[in-house]
Design a protein around this ligand. Structure first.
Ligand code: TXA
Ligand code: MG
Length: 323
């Protein structure tokens, strides 16, 4: 596997060609790093599931360069979904829509819907444009971590997660740290009104404002969505260290909280974000740091609010230690 840290037009062209040949390419997005393959290549997708260690009934998101290509993959697109796409794409949002025949069972885990995303990251965007210029139709990509583990927000974290599983023809494109830091908001657009399946930087209020429909905040645990959704397995987004929420750390435990909260005596501070936006940016790196430092426990004081705090708390609840 090669890591490309100064991506030029020529290296992106080669990366797109490599995708077209069935190889894996990891790339940055504004949310987290993705691990991409040609979404129409069944063997490449099977290989991707193997590298991730992911069960084959977990559907993949298809990444396209712009909304113009949406109807290749999705049909019966409701008016509210068009409004969302026009407003928040390119950006940290994935829409779940009824699929066309192009979206095969091997992508959707046999579901009749497909997840589609247009990222705003310039590097990924240029890669997908080049890929489509070479005849590609979409890049299927989950987060570039092993199944159940913490999503990578830097190229180094991708190396840490996947180097032993990638082969010499696979690539990692280094675009620096991700700006959002938690995965995209996933919105189910297969019903009369939008439904949040995974909270992210596009919040319930933002969705309500654009669609004119009051959208429910996804509260983890209590109102689980009916269709197969992310993170509904135990211990998702989890480091090796045990994560505890809102308890007092013992000396030697890792500690993550907003900067205004002082470090308890003996605790090892892993991040001091100034606000919720920075909290999302730093969270996954801080959880990885706990493992690098081989800490047995991490105590996290979750943020509050109805902004990115909702997404952060959703991930924290999923990675929290369940005895
Ligand atoms: O920010 C993101 O969304 C990142 C970047 C790389 O784009 N991708 C990402 O992919 O987080 P992944 O595969 O790690 O998480 C996507 C989740 C999966 O857990 C899957 O269950 C859900 O989206 N999903 C995909 N297609 C779906 C569908 N048709 N119906 C319901 N859930 C779906
Ligand atoms: Mg993931």
């Amino acid at each position: 596997m090669a890591i490309i840290s100064r991506c030029t037009a020529s290296t992106l062209k080669d990366a797109a060609t490599s995708l077209r040949s069935g190889n894996l390419v990891a790339f940055p997005t504004e949310t987290v790093y993705g691990l991409g393959v040609d979404a129409t290549n069944k063997d490449a997708v099977a290989h991707l599931y193997q590298v991730k260690g992911r069960p084959s009934d977990h559907p993949l998101i298809v990444h396209i360069s712009s909304m113009a290509n949406l109807d290749k993959w999705a049909r019966e697109i409701p008016e509210y979904a068009i409004k969302l796409a026009r407003t928040f794409w390119p950006g940290p949002m994935t829409l779940i829509l009824p699929r066309t025949d192009l979206a095969k069972d091997f992508l959707t885990g046999n579901q009749d819907s497909i997840g589609i995303r247009v990222t705003s990251h310039p590097l990924a965007s240029a890669l997908f444009t080049e890929f489509e210029d070479q005849g590609g139709l979409g890049v299927a990509a989950p987060s570039a971590n092993r199944f159940g583990k913490v999503s990578p927000t830097t190229a180094d974290a991708v190396v840490e997660e996947l180097s032993e599983y990638l082969s010499s023809t696979d690539l990692i494109l280094d675009g620096g740290p991700c700006q959002v830091g938690v995965e995209s908001t996933i919105i189910n657009c297969t019903k009369d009104i939008p439904e949040i399946l995974r909270p992210g930087a596009i919040t319930a209020n933002m969705i309500s404002d654009v669609t004119g429909v009051q959208v429910e905040q996804l509260i983890t645990g209590s109102n689980k969505p009916k269709i197969k959704a992310p993170g509904l397995v135990q211990s998702h987004y989890a480091p090796r260290a045990k994560v505890f929420l809102s308890t007092r750390p013992n000396p030697g435990d890792g500690f993550i909280a907003l900067s205004e909260i002082p470090t308890p005596p003996g605790a090892i501070r892993l991040a001091s974000p100034k606000n919720n936006k920075e909290y999302a940016q730093l969270l996954y790196q801080a959880l990885r740091l706990a493992d690098t430092k081989q800490l047995p426990n991490v105590i996290v004081i979750p943020p509050t609010g109805d902004d990115l705090a909702i997404a952060i708390c959703d991930r924290l609840e999923k990675c929290a230690y369940k005895s």
